[in-house]
Design a protein around this ligand. Structure first.
Ligand SMILES: [Zn+2]
Length: 238
């Protein structure tokens, strides 16, 4: 693995996190730009629908409800990506050790695409983060839909969980997995402290914010903030 200058990576998002906490999230971040299902990974902000491993961990009734909600949201395709933490977890849970994590990720996305009746969108290998390192200091839980931090330059990158197409239980468990990755050996880990916590941003859903507070709010290295989209008033030219 390439050596990562974690201090530089950490400071890269410092100003944008401070600005996020001060100013909230502009409605511009919710303008639809393509209903492609991608992983929640901060390295794959290539679509407006986001779930751990592109839904690989869902099963049973939860999966059925997720599929119905994705169809309603107009899902166009399903992608997988290189070095997927959720696919690695799925591989471990199901004892698929004869396959690589990438193979498991691809198969999972293809399987869900077939169930949705949409094309498989390919395996993303150019990640918007350093390879092998999660530089996210923020986890967004999107209770509105189509949120993507990439649409607003000043927003810090982060994991995105599309809670608007999930049951509250699925959304909370995906946020918890994102926290586990960020706190783990591939993330900033010990750099998170009560003074410099990982920020969980609940968007447009007070019930979800409350559920996140009770599920993960007890962790002193986590800070939960909640925002409604900030509407910018545009002055009309006379
Ligand atoms: Zn992933």
């Amino acid at each position: 693995m390439m050596s990562i200058d974690t201090e530089t990576e950490w400071m890269r998002a410092q100003a944008s996190i401070e600005r996020l906490e001060r100013e909230g999230v502009s409605e511009k971040a919710f303008e639809p730009s393509g209903e492609i299902l991608c992983c929640m990974d901060e390295g794959t902000p290539m679509g407006d629908l986001r779930s751990a491993g592109s839904g690989i961990l869902t099963q049973g009734e939860e999966r059925a409800r997720f599929i119905a909600a994705l169809k309603k949201a107009g899902v166009e395709s399903v992608t997988s990506h290189e070095g997927c933490g959720a696919a690695a977890l799925y591989r471990e849970r199901h004892g698929l050790t004869d396959k690589s994590v990438d193979e498991v990720a691809m198969e999972g996305a293809k399987h869900l695409a077939a169930e949705l009746g949409v094309p498989y969108g390919g395996h993303i290998t150019e990640l918007a983060r350093p390879k092998g390192f999660h530089n996210a200091r923020v986890v967004y839980a999107d209770g509105i839909g189509d949120f993507n931090p990439r649409k607003v330059e000043s927003l810090p990158p982060g994991f995105v969980v599309s809670a608007s197409v999930m049951t509250q239980e699925q959304a909370v468990s995906e946020v918890a997995l994102a926290l586990k990755i960020a706190f783990g050996e591939h993330g900033f880990g010990e750099k998170f402290t009560p003074a410099q916590p990982l920020v969980v941003v609940a968007l447009g859903d007070e019930a979800l914010a409350a559920a996140l507070q009770s599920a993960v709010g007890g962790e002193p290295r986590v800070k939960i903030v909640s925002f409604e989209p900030v509407v910018k008033t545009i002055q009309k030219a006379a």
